[in-house]
Write a protein that binds this ligand. Structure first.
Ligand code: DC
Length: 237
């Protein structure tokens, strides 16, 4: 089958006992989250969804009625909030101050507000610190995905991937993911407007030096997972 990693080692055993940090960046709708989670399963690695951390802080700020344009307040909230994020690829769970917000952080209210937190530099610095800690806690066997993992959080990762897709493919996937709960305009605003806002603080549209670009526009889910697996085998000998 085209794209199948024949002749490649069993991912579960690959680099066991050695560091295997796989950093994946990309815009929303590139398939980043589901593909990274599946790659983590196959490598028997941890999975870190850093976007969920930005969403968790946003949920917390909204819950406390904080003014999201108040950078100091947002930074202080990012520093003080207790976030428990599952890094088991088979368990999707996010708790904020002990409250299960796994579903709530995916709601449009949070999706629309999250860029305010993502563009607050003090909040970013705090979340980057926590993300590096999570990578250490995994004994450096982890697939971590977001917007600045290859460049800021883990530039020393064994494998760095930029997962891209055409705007058309991204809109289609997000639409399927949200199962028609939003109209075309809401969707376009969420996907392209948010990416534009977010790219004012992090560059996730172009690959930095040493970062492998995988374009998933013409690939289905399984082919994208295989492309990631192959890249890991090729890059992290
Ligand atoms: O991937 P996502 O849609 O769950 O990300 C939520 C928001 O967090 C989005 O606005 C981008 C931002 N983000 C970021 O700025 N840096 C990261 N490493 C991860 C997410």
């Amino acid at each position: 089958m085209e794209g199948h990693p024949v002749n490649n080692p069993d991912p579960a055993l690959f680099r066991q006992g050695k560091s295997l940090v796989v950093a994946v960046d990309g815009p929303s709708g590139s398939g980043k989250s589901s593909v990274s989670r599946e790659a983590a399963r196959r490598f028997h690695a941890a999975y870190l969804d850093t976007g969920a951390m930005y969403r968790a802080v946003t949920w917390h700020c909204l819950d406390r009625g904080l003014d999201l344009t108040d950078a100091e307040a947002v930074e202080a909230a990012a520093k003080s909030v207790t976030i428990e994020l599952s890094t088991d690829p088979d368990v999707e769970s996010v708790r904020v101050e002990g409250v299960d917000v796994t579903a709530e952080i995916r709601e449009p209210l949070v999706s629309t507000a999250v860029s305010a937190v993502a563009t607050t530099l003090g909040a970013r610095a705090e979340l980057v610190r926590r993300q590096r800690q999570q990578i250490m806690d995994s004994n450096r066997r982890i697939v971590a995905e977001g917007r600045d993992i290859t460049t800021v959080v883990a530039p020393d990762a064994e494998v760095r991937i930029l997962l891209t897709a055409s705007e058309e493919a991204r809109l289609r996937r997000r639409g399927e993911q949200l199962q028609g709960t939003q109209n075309a305009e809401q969707l376009r605003r969420q996907v392209t407007h948010r990416d534009r806002l977010d790219s004012t603080v992090v560059n996730f549209q172009q690959a930095a030096d040493g970062v492998v670009t995988i374009d998933s526009s013409e690939l289905d889910y399984e082919q994208t997972v295989n492309a990631v697996l192959r890249t890991v085998f090729e890059v992290a000998h």
